[in-house]
Design a binder for this molecule. Structure first.
Ligand code: UD1
Ligand code: PEP
Length: 430
């Protein structure tokens, strides 16, 4: 199994191109199930989750054609992919596939809307929490679906004539349930109003793509999304938005090591709260033509408290990386996780590098230390793994991060991007 070897101590200086967002690409790819025409997506990141979802969609009848050539030099990390689902050949999403990637459960929305019935395995929990699907089921029930859970599967059927538009307010913000309800409602009869919708940029990206496909959607990016159902959707060409989590991760890496890095093909507006937090921690951030410049010179890292929240709050997907940064701050900081009940798996591993962190319920107290020391570490999820890379970049000596398959789910060519900026990071295959 591959591992990532890091020798810490170098500043980061240079340019890092930001890839298309994993969390936008996945629902966009799933939206291809809603039409028999071709949906072309540009700026699709080359990630394990994207590859797996291609296989899952292939199972349902989606033909996937990847452009052989690179789009442009500055897009060297991204690909254009054509998704065509002339007919849905299988409406079952089996356990073997859904259990490997939670987001694949989201096919339930398009399959139900287009075919009137489907059978989708429940995804189960994962390392960061139990992650139930009650909100998805309640939302689809509001659209008239009949849902039964049997043998670990959701058997879903739409009423005669298809799903029916409805008013439904989520009791809790869910990105995935918002994606699914929005996709399902595009082909429902009548108008759907989703209350307490997720406002994440990836929801807006999906809405924009669905609108390009002929859907009638307004309000995406606010808490109320209105969808007027149409009878069919067509193909479209859509560019996946930049990955704000990858952007924030590299910004935190620079804040950690010091240096001067330009993050290209991204947008400061996607992560205002996280960038403001980094400024308070002593990092200089300025906007450039197509991205941002991050600098930290000389001065120490200031302690800052954060609380994770749905967008536009501080993203849970940057919590572990920020905690890694705070391990080297000049004082005491607190990190409170409000989205997932078990997203502190990195705490023990950061401690192996010399971090001083104590946990009390959903809050971690971090006492900054002057020195981290390299060690073998491993993590059980994607963002926790990259937090160990960030800590390793500032640790003395060698850090070996195992279970690299977590990183490969969400970070495209991580070692190459960091090496280009002066870090010593390499993949070690055994
Ligand atoms: C592929 C993708 O885009 N994943 C992101 C998405 O995950 P995902 O869409 O799974 O996360 P949700 O927004 O749904 O989860 C938020 C909270 O709601 C709970 N919940 C969710 C659904 C439900 O039916 N019942 C329920 O209780 C979850 O357990 C969690 O505590 O948003 C998360 C929150 O920003 C991010 O961390 C993930 O990276
Ligand atoms: C938690 C994440 O992904 P997923 O929802 O696919 O598990 C993530 O991207 O950090």
């Amino acid at each position: 199994m591959d591992r990532i070897r890091i020798v810490g101590g170098n500043e980061l200086n240079g340019i890092i191109p930001i890839s298309g967002a994993k969390n936008a690409a996945l629902p966009l790819m799933i939206a291809s199930l809603l039409t028999s025409d071709t949906l072309t997506l540009e700026n699709v990141p080359h990630l394990a989750d994207v590859e797996l979802l291609m296989r899952i969609l292939g199972n349902h009848g989606v033909d996937v054609a990847v452009n052989g050539r690179r789009e442009r030099q500055e897009d060297a990390y991204s690909r254009t992919i054509h998704f065509t689902c002339r007919t849905i050949v299988d409406t079952t999403a089996p356990y073997e596939l859904v259990s490997k990637m939670r987001a694949s459960f989201w096919v339930i929305g398009p399959l139900l809307a287009r075919e009137g019935q489907c059978r989708v395995s429940l995804p189960g929990g994962c390392a960061i929490g139990t992650r139930p699907v009650d909100l998805f089921l309640d939302g689809l029930t509001a659209l008239g679906a009949n849902l039964e859970i049997d043998g670990g599967y959701v058997n879903a059927t739409a009423p005669q004539g298809g799903l029916i538009g409805a008013r439904y307010t989520f009791p809790k913000v869910s990105v995935g349930a918002t994606h699914v309800m929005m996709m399902a409602a595009t082909l429902a009869r009548g108008t759907t109003v989703i209350g307490n919708a997720a406002r994440e940029p990836e929801v807006v990206d999906l809405a924009n793509c669905l609108i390009a496909m002929g859907a009638k959607i307004s309000g995406a990016g606010t808490s109320t999304i209105t969808i007027e159902g149409v009878t069919s959707l067509s193909g479209a060409r859509h560019r996946v938005l930049p990955d704000r989590i990858e952007t924030g991760t590299y910004a935190m890496a620079v804040a950690m090591t010091g240096g001067d890095v330009t993050l290209e093909n991204t947008d400061t507006a996607l992560l205002d709260t996280a960038l403001e937090t980094l400024r308070r921690a002593g990092t200089e951030i300025s906007q450039t033509n197509n991205g941002m410049r991050i600098r930290r010179n000389g001065a120490g890292i200031k302690p800052v408290d954060i609380v994770t929240d749905p967008f536009p709050g501080f993203p849970t997907d940057l919590q572990a990386q920020f905690m890694a940064l705070m391990t080297r701050s000049t004082g005491i900081s607190h990190v409170t996780e409000t989205i997932f009940e078990n997203r502190f798996m990195h705490v023990q591993e950061l401690a192996r590098l010399g971090a001083k962190i104590s946990l009390s319920g959903q809050t971690a107290k971090i006492e900054g230390v002057t020195r981290l020391k390299g060690a073998p570490v491993m993590a059980t999820d994607l963002r926790a793994s990259v937090s160990l890379v960030i800590a390793g970049l500032a640790a003395e000596g060698e850090t070996m991060v195992s279970r690299v398959y977590h990183l490969d789910r969400g970070f495209e060519r991580l070692e190459e991007k960091l090496t280009r900026c002066g870090a010593i990071v390499e993949r070690v295959s055994e």
